[in-house]
Write a new protein. Structure first.
Length: 255
């Protein structure tokens, strides 16, 4: 594994600590995204679930650090960071690029005999469906065109030159990480996997989201929501409901 210095306070955000929760959810952001994207998830799942959100280098309070542009190296670092946190059942949730980082991190836990309980992958095709993509090679305007196509960022940010100067390195670095990643058909987990997607996602057709089924030997479920790539921002109650129902079914009631 790649040697990268890890620091829990840098890599993880625990917005609403739930020390008595019987289970833990780890959330992985999308390209250009930050841990704060999952603040409301943390607020709504407490105290039954202890939620951790991963903060990648190169954004917000970590913007002075270089982005990690190799997705497997990023997963190596997240894995090392999470090792002290598997004292209770772990569930992973990743959206878009975060789905791949969550998957690769789960593979590392499994290889170490410390497998996770469940993986939720959102807004991303199956990892072995590789294709040539070059958004990270475009100029800034070309990257912004891609962001607009997926409706993932507020227009006020896209029109603010100072804000764009702050977020562009993370966007470009993350796109490089996800577009140069090549998954393999033999990368298979032994935990259940649930794939979530929007019915109008321009980058993740439902059939390609369903391809995650080939990457688990356990149960697989596919949930389709109304919306595009960022359906989870427009249908938050439904996504939270899906997670709440899952944890209610698998976790004991906390004392």
């Amino acid at each position: 594994m790649t040697s990268i210095s890890v620091d829990n306070e840098l890599w993880l955000r625990r917005f609403h600590p739930a020390p008595t929760a019987p289970g833990r959810l780890v959330c992985f952001p999308h390209a250009g995204g930050a841990a704060s994207f999952y603040y409301s998830v943390s607020a709504q799942l407490r105290p039954q679930v202890d939620v951790l959100a991963v903060q990648y280098p190169g954004r917000q309070d970590r913007r002075a650090e270089p982005c990690i542009t190799d997705l497997r190296a990023l997963a190596d670092a997240v894995y090392q960071t999470l090792l002290p946190w598997d004292d209770r059942p772990l569930t992973f949730f990743g959206h878009s690029m975060g789905a791949l980082v969550a998957f690769e991190t789960a593979l590392r836990f499994q290889a170490a005999g410390r497998g996770i309980d469940h993986l939720f992958v959102s807004g991303r095709r199956g990892p072995a469906l590789n294709r040539e993509e070059t958004v990270h090679l475009r100029d800034d305007r070309g990257i912004l065109d891609e962001i607009r196509a997926m409706s993932g960022t507020q227009d006020s940010i896209l029109e603010d030159d100072e804000l764009l100067e702050l977020v562009m390195p993370a966007l470009r670095g993350d796109y490089r990480a996800v577009e140069t990643y090549r998954g393999t058909a033999d990368a298979v987990l032994d935990c259940p996997v649930t794939a979530l997607t929007g019915d109008r996602d321009p980058r993740t057709p439902v059939a390609e989201a369903a391809a995650w089924k080939a990457h688990t030997t356990a149960a697989f479920d596919l949930k389709v929501f109304e919306g595009g790539h960022f359906y989870l921002s427009s249908r938050p109650a439904e996504v939270i409901g899906t997670l709440s129902d899952h944890f209610a079914a698998v976790l004991p009631t906390s004392g």
